[in-house]
Design a protein around this ligand. Structure first.
Ligand code: TXA
Ligand code: MG
Length: 315
């Protein structure tokens, strides 16, 4: 067995935390069947215990051990998109601790698409509970360096799998009610989901009692103020641009220094923009600026998920 996989496995079997790479974002993983280990996740992230975790397995067959029934549409989605950036919320079996699901009778499950993490999951005899590996409310990590910077001293091992290829969290679809509902827009687009199972309701709006705290209005946020605006107009009407940074979809702006600008994709490619989004936010957060100006993308495909994160970052 690969040395790094062995090391990750040993730590997890001891009940310790390991950061795992996935195609969406890095996860902060622990043995999902061990409440003591899961408690460490909440502590390390400073995450409120009412926010349930996603359980990760290597295959649909493995997931079937933890869910109580698999509605036809859910199974179809799983077959279509796993391993991949899709999380399904399904009725849970008793074996999943209440701590993982925040006492809900459903559990969120996903087969992530990353070779190292799939190999690790195959070698473990328990599933991994893993939220994104960032302090609660902050931007999700898309590289091992991001995890190291913020949670390095809280994990026993970081399995470095390179830069996340998708770069935004999974799309969450709940089967807790009669009809499926999208709870979080993410790496599988609404167009792809509807292409598979037809029209679906989207309920990602925040409320005071969110079903998924990823639905909280303010989330995925840099520490710097983020403002969604017509960038050109803002620049024309602002006297001092010294402390202004820009997170732009495709365009570069002349009157702002290069190092204070992040261009998500010059070609206007949604997948490229998605992959660069969180690293771009983290980069700008470190610059000597007071405000990050940004703009919404066209409201389609992955543009929807990017816009959702930009809106939450700007609250
Ligand atoms: O791409 C992803 O999904 C990443 C990687 C690591 O898999 N994970 C991730 O986890 O984004 P986290 O914890 O940051 O976001 C999971 C979201 C939370 O907003 C949580 O409230 C929701 O999933 N969730 C988990 N279990 C749920 C349940 N039973 N019902 C409703 N929402 C649930
Ligand atoms: Mg998260």
């Amino acid at each position: 067995m690969d040395k790094v996989i062995q090391e990750a496995k040993d730590s997890l079997e001891k009940g310790d935390l390991v950061a795992i790479p996935t195609e969406t974002v890095y996860g902060l993983a622990a043995n999902a069947l061990n409440p003591k280990a899961v408690t460490k996740i909440f502590q390390a992230k400073n995450r409120p215990s009412f926010d349930p975790l996603i359980v990760h397995c290597a295959s649909i067959e493995a997931i079937e051990e933890y869910v109580n029934g698999f509605p036809e549409k859910a199974r179809y989605l799983a077959k279509q998109f796993w391993a991949g950036a899709l999380t399904l919320v399904l009725p849970k079996k008793e074996i999943i601790p209440d701590l993982v699901t925040a006492g809900l009778d459903t559990v969120a499950v996903r087969v992530p698409n990353h070779p190292l993490t799939l190999e690790l999951l195959e070698k473990l005899d328990f599933p991994l509970a893993a939220p994104s590996a960032n302090p609660f409310g902050y931007v999700s990590p898309t590289s091992a360096e991001h995890v190291e910077e913020q949670l390095g001293d809280k994990v026993s091992f970081i399995l470095d799998g390179g830069k996340s290829t998708i770069g935004i969290e999974s799309t969450i679809i709940s089967f807790a009610e009669n009809e499926p509902i999208v709870y979080r827009l993410g790496g599988i687009s609404l167009e792809q989901i509807e292409g598979a199972i037809g029209t679906i309701a989207v309920k990602t709006h925040s409320s005071s009692n969110p079903k998924a705290p990823g639905m909280l209005a303010s989330h995925y946020a840099p520490r710097k103020k983020v403002k969604i605006t017509k960038i050109e107009e803002y620049l024309e009407n602002t006297e001092s641009l010294e402390k202004v940074g820009i997170l732009s979809f495709r365009k570069k702006y002349d009157n702002i220094q290069n190092e204070k600008q992040v261009i998500l994709s010059e070609e206007g490619d949604f997948a490229e923009a998605t992959q660069n989004l969180f690293a771009g936010m983290r980069y700008l957060d470190k610059q000597n600026i007071d405000i990050i100006l940004t703009e919404l993308l066209p409201e389609k495909d992955l543009g929807r998920a990017i816009n959702d994160r930009l809106r939450r970052a700007s609250v």
